[in-house]
Write a protein that binds this ligand. Structure first.
Ligand SMILES: [Zn+2]
Length: 432
């Protein structure tokens, strides 16, 4: 499915329009004040009071810009600007929930840059052939409720609404209760809103663009991701009196899994990464051999076959660790997403548009999951990355320079104009 027919070598016609950087920065700043935490970061966990306040502010901006707002049964919000023709909108957007120690750009940039594009068009009274929409999706971060990308996953039909609503969060309450509580359990059925094309602007959240001095990332796809939780069962015993060869040490088993995961990723190379982000030992005392360990393993790869290979090889190591220490090790999948490849013509469009705007650009895969990876199941999709200083994200020190925010937003503006097709200016002169 391809929307752009230019040959790869031609540059797209560039509109003279540009976004207003100060207006974008002002909105980013205002939204960052809701749930602000020390160090310049933000804590707006999904469906909390802070998330509600953030949503209310963004919805008020959508209303001010004249967008028609829909809220679906999972609280995904879409603001639509009509086109000359009816039909599915060209959509942009992202999320406004954050992790507990989040930055002010992750997700928020994609939503607020979308609003800035709309305001730029409104200001010049420019109409597009197809409607344009700005969306923010519920619980992208997965920090309070599993899984992450929940809203966009249900929106695109990959996860059932019932399963999402029943999900119990870290505080023991459900998604459904909290949606009701904050007033964002909408009436629009999930999955009932077709999308013509989707483009998401996001901070890279990694070090590649900054390290190479590149201004824009044309994202080729999203890595596949496998999250597993392993429970290691051994036998508690005295740390002083139990000979080393007679131990069934769950703490040792968990550590051996962590080492195996890292060595596996190093051996496979390429885009394979592996992380053990959480280990808990029971009873967790200095002089007691642990009887139980729970740990998580996060495996990611851009290639579906290699991701499966990593999972299988890790399991082989785990079986060997269990046998050697006489442990019982069980696995539970917490989340699993296949790798996603974005639309080839739309990746081209991002790349050529960035070049036409005089920006340096590099193609790269996304190491993090994004709403765009979900929407790619129902519409041609692409993403635009801008550099993250020191590659930091999910950190209060997350920062992207204003010039980069502006560049990314202008690439977004131009790509959306190409997709939505400019019809005419308010004074009757044609822009295209
Ligand atoms: Zn994000």
């Amino acid at each position: 499915m391809s929307l752009i027919t230019d040959t790869p070598m031609t540059r797209p016609p560039l509109s003279p329009l540009r976004i207003n950087r100060d207006r974008l920065l002002h909105r980013l700043d205002q939204l960052a004040q809701i749930g602000a935490i020390e160090g310049g970061g933000v804590c707006r966990l999904a469906l909390t009071d802070a998330d509600q306040a953030g949503r209310d502010l963004v919805v008020s901006w959508m209303r001010d810009l004249g967008l028609t707002i829909t809220i679906d049964q999972l609280g995904n919000v879409v603001g639509t600007r009509p086109g000359v023709e009816a039909g599915p909108p060209v959509m942009t957007g992202s999320h406004i929930d954050t992790v507990a120690t989040g930055g002010r750009y992750d997700g928020n940039l994609g939503v607020l840059a979308g609003l800035e594009v709309i305001e730029t068009l409104n200001e010049q009274n420019i109409q597009t052939r197809h409607p344009l929409a700005v969306a923010f999706f519920t619980n992208e971060e997965g920090a309070r409720f599993h899984p992450d990308m929940m809203g966009s996953w249900v929106f695109s039909g990959g996860l059932s609404l019932e399963d999402a609503l029943a999900e119990v969060g870290t505080d023991g309450t459900t998604v459904a209760e909290n949606l009701d509580r904050i007033g964002y359990a909408g009436a629009v059925p999930c999955g009932s809103q077709p999308v013509k094309a989707f483009v998401e602007l996001h901070v890279e959240q990694g070090p590649v663009l900054e390290r190479e001095g590149i201004q824009i990332g044309a994202v080729t796809g999203v890595q596949g991701m496998s999250w597993q939780e392993f429970t290691v069962k051994g036998v508690s015993n005295h740390a002083g009196t139990t000979p080393m060869n007679l131990r069934h040490d769950a703490g040792y088993g968990a550590s051996a899994i962590a080492v195996a995961a890292r060595q596996l990723a190093l051996k496979m190379g390429g885009n394979q990464v592996a992380t053990v982000g959480s280990i808990q030992l029971k009873p967790g005392l200095v002089n007691v051999i642990a009887k139980e360990a729970k740990l998580t393993v996060d495996l990611r790869n851009t290639d579906s076959t290699l991701l499966k290979q990593a999972e299988a090889e890790l399991q082989t190591h785990i079986d060997a660790i269990a046998a050697a220490e006489a442990l019982e090790i069980t696995a539970q999948s917490l989340a699993r997403f296949e790798p996603v490849s974005f639309d080839a013509a739309m990746i081209d469009s991002v790349e050529r548009t960035a070049q036409a705007l005089g920006c340096s650009v590099k193609r790269l895969p996304s190491g993090a999951g994004h709403d765009a990876g979900m929407i790619a199941a129902i519409a041609p999709t692409a993403m635009i990355f801008v550099p993250s200083v020191n590659g930091l994200s999910h950190n209060v020190k997350e920062y992207t320079a204003p010039a980069d925010l502006e560049n990314g937003s202008n690439v977004l503006l131009q790509v959306l104009l190409q997709l939505a097709e400019v019809k005419h200016l308010g004074d009757g002169s044609r822009l295209d």
